[in-house]
Write a protein that binds this ligand. Structure first.
Ligand SMILES: [Zn+2]
Length: 216
């Protein structure tokens, strides 16, 4: 895969990685996915040649490449690009990070908010990098549980802080749209390391993001 890496790096330098619409794709992959999508449309009883659908296979192919391009990014490198030595050892929280991902079971969106905290041990990271890490892991075929743990582990391994906390609250279109009578239910997942395994610290974090402390 497939997105033009130079384009991604330019976006990265401009501060738009994962956010900017990316208009460069691997044309061969687009073509192959589009062919499959024409076949899918026919299987659904549609006419892929009718006006409204004519460009749909190609559009879907591009959208899917964009929505999974996180696999081409290196989130640890995103962090390493902006790490600084600093004797600050209070909790750093980035809350309400918008999150958009794709459920790997249904290839339908799940979306919501991610809250991240860490307690530095001599190293801090530019705050804008945390949402980029979230985005790099979210722009893949995912499950919410794994996404939560991957974000935690990346920050833990790269910054080596005193502790990391990640909470994700998301709505899954595969639940909302498929007739299950839980249309407003939100799935919450959390993952902690180090100091955040201490009840008092975790409770403070949960209070600061405005949530009840999870059991455990
Ligand atoms: Zn699903």
């Amino acid at each position: 895969m497939t997105l033009n890496r130079k384009m991604l790096e330019e976006n990265e330098m401009n501060g738009y990685a994962g956010y900017a619409r990316n208009d460069q794709y691997n044309e061969k992959v687009v073509e192959r996915i589009a062919q499959h999508y024409s076949a899918i449309l026919r299987e659904l009883g549609e006419d892929p040649e009718r006006e409204g659908l004519k460009k749909t296979p190609e559009r879907v192919a591009k959208a899917l490449q964009f929505l999974t391009h996180g696999s081409d990014l290196d989130p640890a490198q995103v962090l390493r690009s902006a790490m600084f030595r600093e004797d600050y050892s209070q909790m750093v929280i980035v809350k309400d990070i918008e999150l958009y991902s794709l459920c790997e079971h249904h290839i339908l969106p799940f979306f919501g908010k991610c809250h991240v905290a860490y307690i530095p041990k001599g190293q801090i990271v530019g705050l804008s990098k945390i949402p980029r890490v979230v985005d790099a892991f979210a722009r893949r075929l995912q499950v919410q549980e794994r996404l939560t743990v991957e974000i935690r582990d990346c920050i833990e391994a790269t910054l080596q802080p005193i502790g990391v906390a990640v909470v994700i609250e998301a709505q899954h279109m595969c639940m909302v749209m498929r007739g299950i009578q839980k249309q407003h239910s939100i799935a919450t997942t959390s993952a902690f390391t180090g100091e955040f395994n201490v009840e008092k610290t975790r409770a403070e974090f949960m209070r600061l993001i405005g949530r009840a402390n999870p059991v455990g």
